[in-house]
Design a protein around this ligand. Structure first.
Ligand SMILES: C[S@@+](CC[C@H](N)C(=O)[O-])C[C@H]1O[C@@H](n2cnc3c(N)ncnc32)[C@H](O)[C@@H]1O
Ligand SMILES: [Zn+2]
Length: 394
């Protein structure tokens, strides 16, 4: 019934990959999520080292085959205990067998339980966790309250969301119901997805007097993954809440403004005066990670023998490039379509915008997009100037 697979430093059992149906058998090993697990292992290690945490307590309440829990036990230093749960009895059997197979069953405590129940049973001060990893199919939203209640005063919250059609505005009503936030349909939807998800998690945490701050966030392979540090207390909760805002996107000219909730704003576009404005939020309105922390994670990635090391290193280096840039990015193809011009060389665009004193970088969200401080007007001028220059050279 089960086959053996290898990932990272572990060997484990799973139902055969090729026989995985989309419904019916919900426990399976998804090799496509290896990067998700590799980055998680690196982030947890960086977090424990950064905050000097030893004997860490970790919870994976949606553990599947247990490959993530077993890898954390084997590959992260400083772990005391991992509480791993799943509501599916086949998953529970697999987590137990995989823990034994890798000789970590003394560290991994296995529960056949609903995730919210398991988390709520760990709300008592002595039972809480240093790290909680919420990795569901679909949305992590229904686990926010129970997870936040089970976090230690300084701890790491890891969230995966695969419900991107909801977060990028294809299903706006579902987004409003699920995340109590309005999405927008824009070319930078995946960044908005991260910001909306963060905004929702921050509001839930603040209601429990906990502040969440993003340390590292990525969009990859049709899911978003966010890693946040949780800090207990009134001040931390208010600091987080005060960094929420709304995004105003002009459908006429494509210009955008991210306005902090505490600021006032004018409803029309400051660039073209249009009132065809989409408003998204509440959402996280600040940087999408911490440079110092991402640097530390990159060092862990460099030192650990990870299967996705090359791809992950490229991804994290790109995160560092774009981190200090303004919110949202521009799709070059879309801009050139609008101007009815051919697409210029990506490097030329970056070089010339930088020469004009603008921030300009690639973005990990899309290979066709740039993150820049330039206004839509400056961007249009620059693109036209490059194309004209290229034509003159011919
Ligand atoms: C995406 S898989 C987890 C994959 C795993 N984290 C990994 O890295 O391999 C989601 C798991 O959550 C379990 N699950 C879904 N809803 C649950 C709930 N309410 N409580 C506990 N487990 C649940 C499913 O049975 C499935 O095994
Ligand atoms: Zn406009």
């Amino acid at each position: 019934m089960f086959e053996k697979y290898k990932e990272g430093q572990v060997t484990f059992l799973s139902p055969p990959i090729q026989k995985v149906p989309t419904t019916g058998m919900s426990v399976f090993y998804n090799p496509k999520s290896e990067l998700n697990r590799d980055v998680t292992i690196s982030v947890i290690q960086a977090f424990l080292t950064h905050y000097g945490i030893t004997n860490a307590r970790v919870c994976t309440p949606l553990a599947g085959t247990g490959v993530r829990a077993v890898r954390i036990a084997k590959e992260v230093d400083g772990i005391k205990c991992i509480v791993a749960g799943d509501s599916n009895p086949i998953a529970v059997e697999l987590i137990k067998r995989n823990s034994e197979l890798n000789e970590v069953s003394e560290i991994i405590e296995v529960h056949h339980s609903d995730a919210n129940l398991l988390l709520t049973q760990h709300h008592r001060r002595t039972q809480r966790f240093d790290v909680i990893d919420i990795d569901p199919f679909g949305s992590p939203r229904i686990f926010f309250a129970a997870a936040i209640g089970a976090m230690k005063p300084r701890s790491l919250l890891c969230l995966t969301a695969t419900d991107l059609p909801v977060l990028v505005g294809i299903r706006p009503k579902a987004c409003m119901k699920r995340y109590a936030a309005t999405p927008a349909r824009t070319e930078y939807g995946h960044e908005l997805a991260i910001r909306l998800l963060l905004g929702c998690a921050i509001r839930e945490a603040a209601s429990q007097n906990i502040g969440l701050e993003p340390l590292l966030t990525i969009y990859v392979d049709h899911y978003v993954r966010i890693f946040c540090v949780a800090s207990k207390g009134d001040e931390a909760a208010w600091t987080a809440i005060s960094q929420l805002g709304h995004l105003f996107h002009c459908d006429e000219c494509g210009s955008r403004r991210l306005v902090n909730t505490l600021q006032s704003f004018s409803p029309s576009c400051p660039n073209c005066n249009s009132t065809r404005i989409q408003r998204a939020g509440p959402l996280w309105a600040n940087h999408l990670g911490s440079r110092d922390f991402i640097d530390k994670t990159l060092r862990e990635i460099t030192h650990k023998p990870l299967g996705t090391k090359r791809r992950l290193t490229r991804l994290i280096k790109c995160l560092l490039e774009e981190l200090d840039g303004p919110p949202t990015y521009f799709d070059l193809h879309k801009l050139c379509d609008k101007l009815e011009i051919p697409i210029p060389s990506f490097n030329d665009v970056v070089r010339i915008l930088r020469a004009k004193g603008q921030f300009c970088s690639r973005t990990h969200f899309s290979p066709y997009a740039i993150r820049t401080s330039a206004s839509v007007q400056v961007l249009h001028q620059t693109l036209l100037q490059i194309i004209k220059g290229e034509q003159n050279h011919v």
